[in-house]
Design a protein around this ligand. Structure first.
Ligand SMILES: Cc1cc2nc3c(=O)[nH]c(=O)nc-3n(C[C@H](O)[C@H](O)[C@H](O)COP(=O)(O)O)c2cc1C
Length: 370
């Protein structure tokens, strides 16, 4: 069995984090993840999925048997109670991903407040709803709120500079996310092979790798590059429990995606990696034509970006829900090309850990040290 500092820090069996993947629901994946002995994450950005139309929000409300008009923070509470109930027997550990970029500040404050209230009111919640993973912004302004709350705090970074901000903010772990990762990517991106060791060499805080990890071999590579574990998103898209949070067409597109199967274009909150579909190729053409700065690391903002581009996700995600292959847009990382089956979360995690052990055991067969 492979154990790392991440296992001790979070009291989990395997050093793997199931990534937050909004604006969709990861509730069912999170339950399965926590029950398997890895960290499961609820995606709080799913709470503003009503902007994509009623269908995506309804997936969330239905999953907890709530009224379709329920307020976002009440819905978040219901999600916590459901995850708590369904992981009680295993004692699984779970947490929340909160995007803290400037545009999402208001929502982030509300979600964090709700999380803290739910923990304060219940000692089992306090013990098991123990992690917050912030992303897409500067961690420093959140330090005063998060640090005194006794949460284990990880922040997602695309650079060494951002990792140093995390140390200043007092984060307990840093998730270094490379350019091959699914959905939101950095304006000036670096791939995992360079980013992960660069971050691990620059900070004292434990580092977790994200972007491209999907099996035993890549897991072992993360450890070799200095990580104490991995955060995986794309791989969990193709699991039995990804439904109903993710529609069948999303999962089928992951399975179908092959060599050179993803593309980066302007998403609603910056550059985003989608699987190549008719809609994502059109969006990339539009991006190259109307906001070409994206491809040379020049950030724009939502107010100056062409409305047709900003609307693409609003139309493309619901189209994927409706099973419309022509108009459907679906995000995933480069490693979708290496994902070819739909196991349960438990089968997947156990397979990865077994493969990782075999990789380490067989490794010396590949070379001679002279
Ligand atoms: C469909 C999808 C949605 C995502 N949504 C979010 C999100 O809401 N917040 C966030 O911090 N990261 C988000 N991510 C990034 C993941 O949290 C994770 O860091 C990434 O998937 C890791 O790379 P991988 O896809 O190669 O496994 C998303 C990724 C995917 C594939």
């Amino acid at each position: 069995m492979i154990k790392t500092e991440l296992c001790d820090m979070l009291e989990i069996k395997y050093p793997i984090i199931q990534a937050g993947m909004g604006p969709l629901s990861t509730n069912e994946i999170c339950i399965a993840a926590a029950n398997t002995g890895i960290l499961g994450l609820i995606s709080s950005s799913g709470l503003f999925s009503s902007m994509y139309g009623p269908q995506m929000y309804e997936v969330l409300t239905k999953s907890v048997g709530a009224d379709p008009d329920i307020d976002q923070t009440d819905l978040l509470r219901e999600i916590y109670y459901k995850v708590q109930r369904e992981t009680k027997k295993s004692g699984g550990i779970f947490g929340t991903n909160v995007m803290v970029s400037a545009e999402l500040r208001g929502g982030a404050e509300e979600y964090i407040k709700t999380m803290l209230e739910v923990r304060e009111a219940d000692s089992d919640m306090e013990k098991r709803l123990k992690v917050i993973v912030t992303s897409a912004g500067d961690p420093l302004p959140w330090s005063e709120t998060i640090k005194p709350a006794g949460l284990t705090w990880f922040h997602v970074v695309p650079s060494v500079r951002a990792a140093r901000r995390c140390e200043k903010a007092g984060c307990d772990g840093i998730i270094a996310s490379g350019h091959e990762a699914g959905f939101h990517t950095a304006w000036d991106p670096v791939h995992t092979m360079t980013l992960l060791p660069a971050v691990a060499e620059s900070v004292k805080t434990p580092v977790i790798g994200a972007g491209g990890f999907c099996d035993g071999k890549t897991f072992v590579a993360a450890l070799a590059l200095g990580a104490v574990g991995v955060q995986m998103g794309t791989r969990f898209l193709a699991t039995k429990e990804s439904s109903p949070g993710f529609p069948d067409l999303w999962r089928d597109t992951v399975i179908k995606t092959g060599d050179m199967g993803t593309i980066v274009a302007r998403g609603m909150v910056g550059p985003a990696r989608y699987m190549k579909t008719r809609a994502s190729l059109i969006l990339a053409e539009l991006t190259a034509e109307r906001t070409p700065g994206l491809y040379i690391g020049k950030a724009d903002d939502i107010f100056s970006t062409d409305p047709e581009i900003m609307d693409a996700e609003l139309e493309g995600f619901p189209a994927t829900y409706a099973g419309d292959e022509e108009k459907g847009l679906a995000a995933a990382g480069e490693c979708a090309q290496r994902v070819n089956d739909v196991p349960t979360v438990k089968e997947l995690v156990e397979r990865i850990m077994k493969e990782a052990e075999e990789t380490i055991r067989d490794f010396p067969k590949n070379f001679i040290v002279q």
